[in-house]
Design a protein around this ligand. Structure first.
Ligand code: ATR
Length: 480
C-alpha cells in the first residue's frame, strides 16, 4: 500500500491533498502535530471527509514530529480524535498502557506500535520489531541507515520476521531504496508525501507512476544505479519508463552507496540482475567482476554490471554512448581530428573511443601530467588548457569533458575566449544545463552542437539492452 502523509494545517487542506493524490494512494496518515490547535480538536471528523483508510498520528518532537504540548494533553487529543472512524492509530513504543490504546482496541482500530531512530539502525532491530508486534499490533520501525551495510540489515528484516505484520522504513538518502522496495522488506506500506515531510520521502505520483512500487512481487527483477551522490540521476526515469512500455516485470532504483563491497553483498541477497555505476565507483567495481569487455579493460572503468551465469560482467556503454551521435560524421570523414578538453575518467573513455575510430586527438588539461598519461596510452598529443587558441581553426571536433560549466556554476567555460571558426562540431558531455556556456559561444559562431543528454540517452539505451535483451522502446519519452 502507498500511504500519503498529510502535513497540513487544516482538515480541509488535508482532504484536498488526498483528493489531488487519490489515484496514487491506498491510504493516508493524518498528522495531528501539523494541524492548527483548533483543527486538532476537530480531527475526529476527518475519516468521513475522505474515501480511504486513515492512520491517526500525533508525533512528538523527539520522534521527529511537531507536537510540543504535554504528554497528557497529547493523549487527551488523540483520545478525542478516536471518536472518528480511523482505521489505524500510531502509538509509540515507550507509551505504556494508555486510555488511547484501550479505546482503539475497543473500537477495533488497529494499533501501529512505532519506534523512531534519527541517528542509526539499532543493533537489536530484529528483536525490537518482534516485541513491538507482541500484542498482535503492527510493528513499525523508522530508522536511519548510515551506511549501505545498514540498508542490507533492513532488507534482512523480512527473512528474520516472516509473518509479522510490519512497517519498515529507512530514512535519509541511504533509505530511499527501502521506501521504493518496501515490499521486499516485507513492509505493509510505504509513506509518500505531497511536500517532503521526512528526509528521503518521495512524492505519491513518482512512487506510483514512475516506480510502480506497489506492483513489485517476488518475481520482479531489481535493477538500479549506484553512486555517491546519486539522487539527481536521470537513469531511474529512463529505465522504469522503458520497463513499463515493454511490460517487463522489473524496477530500477537509485542506491546511495558508501562502499562497493556491501553493495555487491546486497546485490547477491536480492538477486539483482544488473546495475549502472556512476561516480565515484566506476573503477572500484572492477575487482568484483568475473568478466569484462575489451572496452572496460582498455579504459579501466565500468559503468554497467550485469549478471551472467556464475559471475558479474562489466561493460562500458559510455564509450558507445559518446560516439554514436557523431558516428556518421566520423564515417564520412567530416571529423578527422579532435581537441578533447579535460583528462579525467570521462576523457579517458572518450579519447580511446576517438582513437579507435582513427580520429587524431589533442588533449588539453589544466594539469598537464594527467593529459600526458592519457596521451601516452592512446598515442595522441597533449597541451596546456591555456594554449587552446593555438588550435583555433585547426580541429573538426571539440569535446568538453571537464566539470566546468556544470550546474550550478553555469557561467563558466573551461576555454573562455576560444576563437571558434564556426566549422567545428562542439560536443559538451555536461547534460545539466543542456546548453552550457561553451555551447552558447559555439552556437554564436555557427558551430554544430552535440549535447551531454544525447550521450546519456544513448548509453542508457545500451544499458537497457544489456539488462533486458530488448531494444529501448522508441515510442517512450525517456525523460532526457
Ligand atoms: P570525470 O571522471 O568526470 O572525468 P575527474 O576524473 O575528476 O572527473 O576529471 C575532472 C576533469 O575536469 C579533469 O580534467 C580536471 O582537470 P585537472 O586534471 O587539472 O584537475 C578538470 N577540471 C575540474 N575543474 C576544473 C577547472 N576549474 N578548470 C579546469 N579544469 C577543471
Amino acid at each position: 500500500m502507498i500511504c500519503l502523509t498529510l502535513a497540513e494545517r487544516t482538515l480541509e487542506d488535508a482532504a484536498s491533498c488526498v483528493k489531488k493524490n487519490r489515484e496514487y494512494i491506498d491510504l493516508c496518515e493524518l498528522r495531528l502535530d501539523y494541524l492548527d490547535d483548533k483543527e486538532q480538536k476537530r480531527a475526529s471528523l476527518f475519516p468521513q471527509m475522505v474515501d480511504l483508510p486513515v492512520i491517526l498520528t500525533f508525533r512528538r518532537i523527539q520522534d521527529g514530529g511537531k507536537c510540543s504540548i504535554s504528554e497528557k494533553g497529547r493523549r487527551s487529543l488523540m483520545f478525542q480524535a478516536l471518536d472518528g472512524s480511523f482505521s489505524y492509530v500510531d502509538i509509540e513504543e515507550d507509551v505504556k498502557r494508555s486510555e488511547v490504546e484501550e479505546k482503539a482496541r475497543s473500537k477495533g482500530i488497529r494499533i501501529i506500535r512505532s519506534l523512531h531512530d534519527f541517528e542509526r539502525v539499532p543493533e537489536d532491530i530484529f528483536s525490537r520489531l518482534y516485541h513491538l508486534a507482541e500484542k498482535g499490533d503492527i510493528a513499525k520501525v523508522a530508522v536511519t541507515p548510515r551506511s549501505f551495510q545498514d540498508v542490507l540489515t533492513l532488507f534482512r528484516v523480512e527473512e528474520e520476521l516472516k509473518g509479522v505484520e510490519k512497517i519498515v522504513i529507512g530514512m535519509g538518502d541511504y533509505g530511499v531504496c527501502t521506501r521504493i522496495l518496501y515490499k521486499r522488506l516485507g513492509s505493509m506500506l510505504t509513506f509518500v508525501s505531497a511536500n517532503e515531510v521526512a528526509p528521503g520521502q518521495i512524492s505519491a505520483e513518482k512512487m506510483k507512476i514512475e516506480y510502480r512500487a506497489d506492483q513489485v512481487n517476488e518475481r520482479t527483477a531489481i535493477y538500479g544505479i549506484i553512486g555517491n551522490p546519486v539522487m539527481h540521476s536521470a537513469s531511474p526515469v529512463l529505465h522504469n519508463r522503458g520497463f513499463k512500455a515493454i511490460n517487463f516485470n522489473a524496477i530500477y532504483v537509485p542506491f546511495l552507496v558508501d562502499n562497493v563491497r556491501s553493495f555487491f553483498m546486497f546485490a547477491e541477497y536480492v538477486k539483482m540482475r544488473g546495475f549502472s555505476v556512476t561516480v565515484p565507483f566506476k573503477v572500484d567495481v572492477l575487482s568484483y567482476l568475473g568478466n569484462i569487455t575489451r572496452e572496460v579493460k582498455q579504459i579501466g572503468s565500468c559503468n554497467t554490471v550485469v549478471r551472467v551465469p556464475g559471475m558479474w560482467k562489466g561493460i562500458n556503454t559510455d564509450y558507445y554512448g559518446f560516439i554514436k551521435p557523431i558516428m556518421t560524421d566520423i564515417d564520412s570523414g567530416r571529423i578527422k581530428n579532435a581537441l578533447v578538453i579535460g583528462a579525467g575518467g570521462a576523457s579517458h573513455a572518450i579519447v580511446w573511443a576517438l582513437r579507435n575510430y582513427g580520429v587524431k586527438v589533442t588533449i588539453l588539461n589544466r594539469t598537464l601530467s594527467r593529459a600526458e598519461d592519457i596521451a601516452r596510452l592512446n598515442v595522441c598529443d597533449f597541451d596546456r588548457i591555456e594554449n587552446a587558441n593555438k588550435y583555433s581553426g585547426k580541429v573538426d571536433l571539440i569535446v568538453q569533458t571537464t566539470s566546468v560549466g556544470l550546474f550550478p556554476d553555469v557561467d563558466q567555460n573551461p576555454i573562455e575566449g576560444f576563437r571558434f571558426s564556426g566549422k567545428e562540431i562542439v560536443y559538451d558531455i555536461i547534460y545539466k544545463p543542456r546548453m552550457t556556456k561553451l555551447l552558447k559561444e559555439a552556437q554564436k559562431a555557427g558551430c554544430i552542437l552535440h549535447y551531454g543528454s544525447e550521450m546519456l540517452l544513448e548509453q542508457g539505451k545500451l544499458q537497457f539492452e544489456a539488462f533486458t535483451g530488448y531494444h529501448y522502446p522508441h515510442w517512450v519519452d525517456s525523460g532526457l
